[in-house]
Design a protein around this ligand. Structure first.
Ligand SMILES: *Cc1c(COP(=O)(O)O)cnc(C)c1O
Length: 458
């Protein structure tokens, strides 16, 4: 066992292929349905929103898809990201467990999202797209896509969930500095937005609603604009697999292998990016790593949502997919982990939770910030509140190991840094952070908010 703290790879170790879980997935993929007809979608419908190369990745069952050289060139700006053993945190906890984390907060945009933003911008450029529309919650995705838009010369139009737009003005300034155009959602630029504002002028917005706005703008642009999503879809999870592929090599350098892999989940991309290559090792090579998804108590789609067909967005314009959902019109409480405020979850991840290959746990906002502050004070890095959900669960696993005396090896993903989340830290430091939960009525009402789909697909 190594006495090293940082496990760095060289540029040559940047993966040359993305790994696609759908090649090994023990649970068959579920149908993707047209939001209007509720019949399986055709590539024609998807091609209004996405370039063909991305659609092919969305439905691919190839295990390995080559990373185009121009995307690898962009990855070289920050990849491979470091794997770090959190020795100070281990000491502070007095645990025999070894805690490792992959630091995606090292990317120039501040999170893992640039891994897919660069890829999606490249494929759009290649297909002749001039502009991309998208939504953003905390601003991480909008930042990554605004930057990737510059790399590949695309205009970027961002619909930012209004509560985040107000809580995080600096994120907007950053997106604008990278050349993105940012609008608070609901906005008056779309029919969906205008209707939402008419019903409630103080609508705080949600990712589901912002997606509807971005999709509407792309779908009504006569092919001028395409749409880009930062999570949930298969191709996004595919692009994030660089995380797990690098981490496998880095755990090798550390001469250890994780007993448990942890990540926070909003739509499921950073967790899957780290976990799916380890799931492949479980499925193909007899490893037995536990894979543990950490979600907020206030948006508990995996632990309390229904596994059912539902719309990907609020206004019923995005495809219907089978996933763990709180209902497409659910508006999550205004927790500070904006990137985790989504009603649904990636279909492949939902299926794997349903089949028991992946576990999920929900954690509360105040213990999450306790963990974030302990991490900042021991490891020096200020985590994004989203990432702090993974830290909380990693700490809980390390504390359990302390009780049992087990030398457990824990690996978690630090999906981003928290430099734009200081008002959240201030709320925590001054005791005004709210520990939101959702009501039992919200949970029992979910089934009434789901679309009826033909029996042949359900
Ligand atoms: C967007 C975001 C998340 C949540 O999205 P996933 O697709 O579930 O990864 C988590 N952490 C950070 C820092 C984010 O920006």
């Amino acid at each position: 066992m190594s006495d090293q703290t940082r496990f760095n790879l060289s540029e040559n170790d940047i993966p040359k292929f993305w790994y696609n879980i759908n090649a090994d997935n023990p649970v068959p993929p579920t149908a993707v349905l047209h939001p209007g007809t509720k019949e399986p979608v055709t590539p024609d419908f998807l091609s209004v929103l996405f370039p063909m190369e991305v659609i092919l990745q969305e439905i691919s069952t190839e295990a390995y898809i080559e990373i185009p050289e121009p995307v690898r060139e962009i990855y070289k700006l920050w990849r491979p990201t470091p794997l770090i053993r959190a020795r100070n945190l281990e000491k502070a906890l007095g645990t025999p467990a070894h805690i490792y984390f992959k630091n995606e907060g090292n990317s120039p945009s501040g999170s893992h999202k640039l891994n897919t933003a660069a890829a999606q911008a490249f494929y759009n450029k290649q297909a002749g797209t001039k502009a991309l529309t998208t939504e953003t919650g905390a601003g991480q995705w909008g930042t990554a896509l605004s930057m990737a838009g510059q790399f590949f010369d695309l205009a970027i139009e961002v619909y930012m969930v209004k509560v985040s737009y107000e809580q995080k003005p600096y994120r907007r300034f950053l997106m604008e500095t990278y050349g993105g155009q940012v609008y608070a959602s609901p906005s008056d630029r779309t029919q969906v937005g205008r209707e939402a504002l008419k019903k409630d002028p103080n609508n705080p917005g949600s990712l589901g609603l912002a997606i509807s706005e971005a999709v509407e703008v792309a779908a009504t642009s006569n092919g001028k604009k395409k749409y880009s999503l930062g999570s949930v879809l298969n191709h996004v999870l595919l692009h994030q697999s660089v995380l797990g592929e690098e981490a496998l090599k880095q755990m090798d350098l550390a001469e250890e292998y994780p007993d448990v892999v942890i990540g926070c989940v909003g739509g499921g991309s950073n967790f899957s990016g780290l976990a799916y290559p380890f799931l492949r090792e479980n499925l193909r090579n007899g490893q037995r790593t536990r894979l543990l998804a950490a979600e907020p108590f206030a948006t508990p789609s995996l632990t309390r949502g229904l596994y059912a067909f539902d719309y990907g967005d609020t206004a019923q314009m995005a495809p219907i997919v089978k996933m763990h959902t709180l209902g497409h019109d659910f508006i999550p409480p205004a927790i500070h982990a904006g990137g985790l405020r989504y009603h649904g979850m990636a279909p492949s991840l939902s299926a794997l939770v349903d089949s028991g290959h992946i576990e999920a746990v929900a954690v509360r906002q105040i213990p999450v910030f306790e963990a974030a502050v302990l991490f900042a004070r021991t490891e020096g890095i200020l985590p994004a509140p989203e990432s702090a959900h993974a830290i909380r669960v990693a700490i809980d696993e390390a504390l359990k190991a302390k009780e049992t005396g087990e030398k457990k090896v824990i690996l978690f993903n630090l999906s981003g840094h928290g430099h734009f989340d200081l008002s959240a830290y201030n709320a925590y430091n001054t005791g005004s952070l709210i520990d939101y939960e959702i009501s039992e009525e919200d949970i029992t009402a979910i089934s009434q908010h789901l679309p009826q789909v033909p029996e042949t697909v359900s």
